[in-house]
Design a protein around this ligand. Structure first.
Ligand SMILES: Nc1ncnc2c1ncn2[C@@H]1O[C@H](COP(=O)(O)OP(=O)(O)O[C@H]2O[C@H](CO)[C@@H](O)[C@H](O)[C@H]2O)[C@@H](O)[C@H]1O
Length: 661
């Protein structure tokens, strides 16, 4: 099975005059950037594409997907449903040549995965039982969603991106959408590999064209919680590269190799994610062309560029839409300009990803500043842009928060929105958390004191139930404001407090944590590493969670903390500002309101003031403290809230024509 192939020989290039948007963007380049704002220039050039048959027959091929109606309307007026398909017929070469139908009532099994007809929507329609139940329900539109990500918990996680991409798909599936998640299959020869144990090899190799030739990629698949989880592998990738994300974090000296590995891995990921909806008959049906791509951060940013440059000019994915979800603008996937040829894009599309560093950012006199920037590619080609909080969606349009993309992002402000992340309320639930010593809830807080004692014992701090215990969990890097904690620690340690930090990342900060532990044996513990059970124990056992993030697109730890009755003290920025309400003890007839402390500006002094206000309230105003804890615990953090807002954005995406067609 092969994908659209781009030849490097260029023979024709005919931008459509049908659509002004296409005319404007299908051939462009950035010729200069002043303050990073690009000037677009048409570029004469041409291309020749060769389409090789990928799926033929059975209505599952490109252009005639079996799920063309994936943009489905659910209401009681539904027409007769079709029976689900059993699976594919393949020819000797492994190409799909047809499908076998089975009756609609039975169970569907494909590659060992059970899809009951209730779970598997046909053209997005729910079964008649549901229709009956929802007789009076409002008409609702469901979509075929392809979420592309470098990580998805519990399979892979290095940070919040993994959490979000592990939970949001399930919430969307629960609302009736058909959802596929495409991410790499990280196998590293450790017990962590077991997380992929339930995924079965689909035995379907596809060919994509990038990195100077044909690359074969395959998929493992698990159907769980209503979601098709697809894990990508490539033999070349397995044989030639370290493939654990944990290892990558510690690769330091092999950074150059690491950059190449990532570039290769995520280029493959994007190409494969574009092919998967067309060629994989999951549960008997392909997702088809009329799907919605949710692409997360720079790793998946090539997807909208591929849709525009490789597929739409040849009539494929005309009705698809793409939404770029920005979790962290400070990582943009910037590589040397020479790597453009690896991306599998037509030469004339260079302008979409072209990036010119300003003079001051160049390393030497001969450095021309030329680079490719994958995230920028998505910013200029995706149909809509999303960030993970409203505050951050504004910050990225400013010079301070825009990391050089603020000009472009501002120019797309009309399609830029922010939706605050939810959290996995089943995994993060103090009344049932398997990692913590004692369960508790807003109604009965007794167990929290036990969790604090258990944490103090586990990390070897003196057991002092009344001493305020401050926690920190997160990546040790510039974003998280670790340098601020480092500069404030001598003063924090003068107070009657204990402090537990869990984190990994920057080696300098890891060393600092170890040294601080030696210096303040009775007060400070620094746990270097990535340890999910300990993160739960800290969240439950501490009284206060400190987050002095320099910027924070959303932040999950403050949400986890509030759900566990641990009061956050945060820098007043981005998603932290949106989610933590500053404590005011005087309102509500002295009952107070708010869920934590927000401080600004980002200085040691203002952080210390907020922290000391928190510890004083903890010690001297027990009822106010309990109010703070309970208000935080009673907030609604479910993903359903966020999923409903995502649906609104999906609707807007399909109302407009494709941004680049
Ligand atoms: N050492 C360690 N051991 C165990 N667990 C650890 C850990 N270090 C971090 N974690 C966990 O990783 C997650 C980090 O969440 P953040 O929201 O801080 O994400 P991050 O900055 O990575 O992601 C980006 O994406 C997310 C999701 O959109 C945004 O919330 C965020 O603002 C943005 O920077 C949490 O679940 C945390 O508990």
């Amino acid at each position: 099975m092969e994908s659209l192939q781009l030849t490097t020989k260029v023979s024709s290039c005919i931008p459509s005059s049908r659509n002004p948007v296409q005319a404007k963007f299908s051939n462009f380049t950035v010729v200069g950037q002043v303050g990073y704002a690009p000037f677009w220039r048409g570029r004469s050039g041409s291309r020749c594409l060769r389409i090789r048959a990928s799926v033929s027959g059975g209505g599952g091929g490109r252009g005639s997907s079996s799920q063309d109606g994936n943009f489905a309307v659910e209401d009681e007026e539904k027409e007769e449903k079709k029976g689900p398909l059993l699976g594919t017929e393949m020819d000797g070469s492994g190409s799909v040549v047809g499908f076998n139908l089975i009756p609609q009532s039975g169970k569907v099994e494909f590659n060992g995965v059970n899809y009951s007809s209730k779970e598997t929507t046909t053209n997005g329609l729910e079964d008649s039982e549901d229709i009956g139940r929802e007789k009076n329900a409002k008409t609702r539109v469901t979509h075929n969603i392809v979420l592309v990500t470098s990580e998805a918990a519990p399979y892979s996680k290095t940070g919040g991106l993994g959490d979000v991409c592990g939970s949001l798909p399930i919430a969307l599936a629960a609302r009736g959408h058909r959802v596929m998640v495409v991410s790499p299959r990280y196998i590293n020869g450790t017990p962590a590999d077991k997380k992929f144990a339930n995924a079965v090899d689909l035995d379907c190799l596809i060919k994509v064209y990038c990195f100077g030739g044909v690359q074969e990629v395959g998929f493992f698949h698990e159907y769980r919680d209503g979601v098709d989880w697809l894990f990508l592998f490539s033999f070349r990738y397995l044989l030639t590269t370290p493939h654990t994300i944990d290892l990558e974090i510690h690769m330091g000296i092999y950074m150059v190799l690491l950059v190449i590995i990532r570039h290769f891995r995520f280029t493959l990921l994007c190409h494969a994610a574009c092919e998967a909806p067309l060629v994989l008959p999951l549960g008997g049906f392909t997702y088809g062309e009329k799907c919605l791509f949710l692409v997360n951060d720079w790793h998946a940013s090539l997807v909208p560029v591929l849709l525009a440059a490789k597929y739409r000019p040849y009539g494929v994915y005309k009705d698809a839409r793409s939404i770029l979800v920005i979790h962290n603008l400070s990582h943009q996937g910037v590589e040397p300009a020479t790597t453009y040829m690896n991306l599998g894009l037509p030469p004339e599309w260079y302008g979409a990803v072209e990036w010119v560093f300003p003079t001051w950012a160049r390393k030497h006199a001969l450095d021309t500043g030329q680079a490719v920037n994958l995230l920028k590619g998505a910013v200029v080609t995706a149909d809509r842009l999303l960030t993970v909080s409203q505050g951050y969606s504004w910050e990225i349009t400013t010079a301070e928060g825009g990391y050089g993309l603020n000009g472009l992002l501002s120019s797309r402000r009309s399609v830029l929105n922010g939706i605050t992340n939810g959290i996995d309320v089943a995994e993060w639930d103090p009344s049932s958390d398997e990692h913590i010593a004692c369960h508790y809830s807003a109604e009965n807080l007794n167990g929290k004191a036990q969790c604090k004692i258990a944490l103090q014992k586990e990390v070897g701090l003196p057991v002092r139930p009344d001493c305020p215990l401050i926690g920190f969990v997160g990546r040790l890097d510039y974003q998280k404001g670790i340098d601020l904690i480092r500069s404030a620690i001598p003063e924090i340690m003068e107070d009657e407090v204990q402090f537990v930090m869990l984190g990994s990342g920057d080696l300098e900060f890891e060393d600092w944590m170890r040294a601080t532990e030696s210096a303040y044996k009775d007060k400070f513990r620094g746990w270097v590493g990535f340890n999910v059970p300990i993160s739960h124990k800290i969240t439950a056992g501490c009284d206060i969670l400190l987050m002095p993030s320099r910027f924070e697109p959303c932040g999950l730890n403050q949400l986890y903390a509030m759900r566990y009755g641990t009061v956050p003290v945060v820098h007043d920025t981005g998603g932290l500002r949106d989610t933590v309400e500053n404590f005011n003890p005087f309102v509500q007839e002295g009952h107070g309101e708010g869920t934590g402390w927000t401080f600004s500006p980002l200085t040691k002094e203002s952080m210390l003031v907020a922290l000391r206000n928190a510890t004083r309230t903890y010690r001297d105003h027990k009822s106010s403290w309990e109010g703070l804890m309970k208000r935080g615990m009673q907030r609604d953090y479910t993903w359903e809230n966020a999923a409903i807002q995502y649906e609104q954005v999906f609707e807007w995406a399909f109302l407009d024509p494709p941004y680049v067609s």
